[in-house]
Design a protein around this ligand. Structure first.
Ligand code: ACM
Length: 540
């Protein structure tokens, strides 16, 4: 061959060779692909590599508010660590990353399909929520440094392959108690971000309890002003104005999370009794065997119709509204009407737990009243499992936490059930006796214990069809800041997220602990103060 021909042909052969054999993904990219959590329904590697670059753009189709929203969130996610622009190219189906809404009945409302080839990342879904979940998966396929808030010098490599995914349960939630200790809007938004990252779609806000009233009610202003003024331990606290509450809801909505506001009644109500004397029915003589008398109980010896003292302790089950009081009925109607008006989601949570000093007949009357009020405000009644004792039907949702009998009663009446068994998913429980915060009245809950259970078989006699899903409550008696929150959430909230999302047949502790060890690296980049459980071999 002439020298000149060799000069031209050699690079050509090289090019052909390059095209024929894909660039193999690194071990890190393969590990990331195999560590997606919650574990996807199906995931197949195909041996190539995609690289994000300065020129990678984001195409959306069709062009509407939904696709613009998810594209914006993806830009926010990718820009800081890469330093790339990720220009939005409405309608460009050949963009490096394509987010596409496309009818596919099999995917339902939240499923998605993620295809990574060597020249494009494509996320398709029926609904924008599905694209959002596809983005959460994509995020996990990238190097952990993608979670850094400043520009990183990293090759943004993703292993090529195909993921098809959808959730097992439609209710995948977490609850934050802002009543025992109050948290800032910034904390609440971060909480929403953290659960959204693992494809949870419900954020339950426990807004009131004996120790604090945290939502402005315009027709009863003293509830928040006085009832929200303190917290467990006696520090100065606060409340959310209705505008701030709406801001939280809008933030959650953008991330496909429904907020469930809870006003806990007829028990757990001292913050209201302390704010309005007319609600106080006076000293309670509990029915035999129903409650231990709490010595510090601010109602004991307190005259009827006089406000009680604010309460900063942690005992439960000693306060109640009285059904015979006209003011109670007016109060509940006003509060729930105002709450319904500022809550776009379909649910109102009326509490109903641990009403140990409420007369049984009163309790039944309250549940009837809750049902009527929910209906009048075109909302779905949610309550803790005790509401199973009352007149409820298939329109109600009962949240199982401790007493199987009440959950079964609710299910027998046709109610839908949320599974929050306190021995498994009360993540305010300590991991073990050495945990620096948390309680242990229900159990010590290590990561494997939070993982190894099945909502479908947790309570005998409940038809799996009636089970909406799972929710992990974080009560706040012992926690005061975001560091505490994260220490209790991780690595357990991810276990609950997987139970809610992934099919039972795909859930396996050994596999989960291997995957979640990789996530510890991501959590560090995110500044998450997780609990370094000894059950998991964390990666550096
Ligand atoms: C509860 O833990 N009292 C619902």
């Amino acid at each position: 061959m002439k020298k000149i021909a060799r000069l031209f042909l050699a690079p050509l052969f090289g090019l052909i060779l390059f095209a024929a054999c894909k660039q193999k993904p690194s071990a890190e990219a393969i590990t990331a692909f195999n560590s997606v959590t919650p574990v996807p329904v199906s995931a197949t590697l195909d041996g190539g590599t995609f690289f994000l670059s300065d020129g990678t753009s984001i195409g959306i189709s069709p062009v509407n508010d939904d696709t613009r929203n998810v594209a914006g969130l993806l830009q926010d996610l990718l820009r800081p660590a890469t330093g790339f622009e990720f220009a939005l190219e409405p309608g460009n189906k050949d963009a490096g990353i394509l987010l596409e809404l496309k009818e596919d009945a099999a995917q339902g409302d939240e499923g998605y399909s993620l295809t990574v080839s060597e020249d494009q990342i494509r996320i398709t879904a029926n609904k924008a929520a599905g694209i959002f979940y596809g983005i959460q998966t994509l995020r996990q396929l990238l190097p952990a440094s993608i979670e850094s808030k400043s520009k990183q010098d990293v090759r943004w490599e993703i292993a090529t392959g195909q993921i098809t995914d959808k959730p097992g349960y439609g209710w995948r939630g977490s609850m934050l108690d802002v009543a025992r200790h109050f948290f800032t809007i910034e904390d609440v938004k971060r909480y929403i971000d953290l659960i959204a990252m693992y494809k949870m779609n419900i954020f339950h806000l426990h807004l009131t309890d004996d120790q604090g009233w945290r939502i402005e009610i315009k027709s009863w202003p003293n509830l928040a002003l006085h009832g929200g003024s303190t917290e467990v331990g006696g520090a100065k606290a606060g409340f959310f104005t209705q505008e701030q509450y709406k801001d939280i809801i809008a933030y959650a909505q953008k991330r496909y999370i429904t907020v469930i506001p809870e006003i806990d009644m007829p028990g757990h109500i001292n913050s209201a009794l302390a704010s309005y004397g007319e609600l106080n029915g006076g000293t309670i003589v509990p029915e035999e065997g129903r409650v231990k008398i709490v010595q510090e109980n601010p109602i004991l010896g307190k005259e009827k119709n006089k406000p009680t003292e604010l309460y900063t302790g942690t005992e439960v089950g000693w306060s109640t509204l009285r059904l015979e009081k006209e003011s109670s009925i007016r109060f509940i109607n006003d509060v729930m009407r105002e709450l319904a008006e500022i809550t776009p989601g379909p649910y109102l949570h009326f509490g109903g737990d641990e009403a140990h000093v409420t007369k049984k007949s009163d309790y039944i009357g309250f549940v009837k009243l809750f049902s009527d009020i929910a209906k009048a405000n075109k909302k779905i009644l949610v309550g803790w499992e005790e509401i199973g004792q009352g007149e409820i039907d298939e329109n109600a949702i009962a949240q199982h936490w401790a007493n199987v009998k009440y959950a079964q009663m609710a299910a027998e009446k046709g109610a839908k059930i949320i599974m929050s068994p306190s021995t498994r998913v009360y993540i305010d429980m300590q991991y073990d006796s050495l945990s620096r915060i948390g309680l242990h009245w229900a159990a010590y809950i290590e990561a494997d214990h939070a993982y190894n259970w099945d909502p479908a078989t947790q309570v005998e006699g409940i038809d799996p069809e009636q089970i909406l899903g799972v929710e992990t409550p974080l009560w706040s008696e012992t926690i005061t800041d975001m560091e505490d929150i994260e220490y209790l959430l991780f690595p357990r909230v991810t276990a609950v997220a997987e139970i809610g999302w992934s099919p039972a047949a795909a859930r396996n502790w050994e596999n989960y602990r291997t995957r979640i060890a990789e996530h510890g690296v991501r959590w560090k980049k995110l500044g998450i103060d997780y609990y370094p459980s000894k059950k998991i071999d964390w990666k550096e």
